[in-house]
Design a protein around this ligand. Structure first.
Ligand SMILES: C[S@@+](CC[C@H](N)C(=O)[O-])C[C@H]1O[C@@H](n2cnc3c(N)ncnc32)[C@H](O)[C@@H]1O
Length: 238
């Protein structure tokens, strides 16, 4: 039956979710045009690298001290993955100190060209986005830093589920990311690299959806003023 909507205001369409704007081709074009240096992958803040790596190392040492399966006395982990690895900054400065082998997962081949499988603790080098990565074998530690904003919420949850299935008993997924400081507590889309910056609440909801629990979490201290807060979450299956 035809009906008039005279006097009834047009409904305001719900704004599109920030992650619906993510476009992988735009992201890869941006990162491919970025210099393959610490300055390039850290967006012009290379001085953050040392603080970040020290914070990660301390955070991980605490995880191991509270672990029954991977206590510090067990020595290096067998296998880790550096996901969205860029030029391998985290592998070189931290992960290769704590794991025998570190696989590199990074979609931009130019970033990984200087890394050599079998050298400096580097294992396999896989040039693919995390949305398309299916881990093979088992990992004791899967480190994700400053890259999961490149995935939509749904892709991120599916990715976490695939990684969980590849985690050794007592192993960890670590997500270390910027947190949105939006005044209304919303995720924020960044056109520059076609990514989203999520709130702490959104991260926690997505971890729960993926069947993961937070076993430790910590804010990165010592970040320069004016930058987003950075939080590390260590996750294990519920
Ligand atoms: C800010 S850099 C961080 C690199 C590294 N994690 C670090 O902290 O040094 C973001 C990285 O995410 C990568 N990236 C872009 N799209 C991605 C995707 N779909 N999956 C995984 N990584 C992606 C970029 O190529 C880039 O290397």
């Amino acid at each position: 039956m035809p009906s008039s909507n005279a006097g009834i205001p047009n409904p305001i369409p719900a704004p599109a979710a920030p992650d619906s704007h993510i476009d992988h081709a735009t992201a890869i074009a941006y990162w491919s045009s970025t210099e393959p240096t610490v300055n390039g992958v850290l967006g012009g803040y290379p001085q953050v690298s040392r603080i970040d790596l020290q914070g990660s190392s301390n955070f991980f040492a605490k995880l191991r001290r509270s672990s029954k399966t991977h206590p510090p006395s067990a020595g290096k982990l067998r296998r880790a993955a550096d996901c969205g690895a860029g030029i391998g900054r985290i592998t070189t400065g931290f992960l290769s100190n704590v794991a025998e082998t570190v696989d590199i997962i990074e979609p931009v081949k130019e970033f990984t060209d200087k890394l050599k499988a079998g050298e400096g603790g580097v294992g396999e080098i896989v040039n693919v986005g995390l949305e398309g990565w299916s881990p093979k074998g088992q990992y004791d530690l899967v480190w994700n830093q400053w890259c999961v904003g490149q995935l939509t919420d749904a892709q991120f949850v599916e990715y976490l589920r695939r990684v969980t299935a590849a985690l050794s008993a007592g192993g960890w997924i670590v997500v270390k990311e910027n947190l949105s400081n939006h005044h209304l507590g919303e995720d924020v889309f960044d056109e520059l690299d076609s990514s989203v910056t999520r709130t702490d609440e959104k991260f926690r909801a997505l971890f729960t959806k993926a069947g993961l629990k937070i076993v430790a979490t910590e804010l990165q201290r010592g970040m320069p003023k004016g930058l987003f807060e950075v939080r590390a979450y260590a996750l294990q299956p519920v």
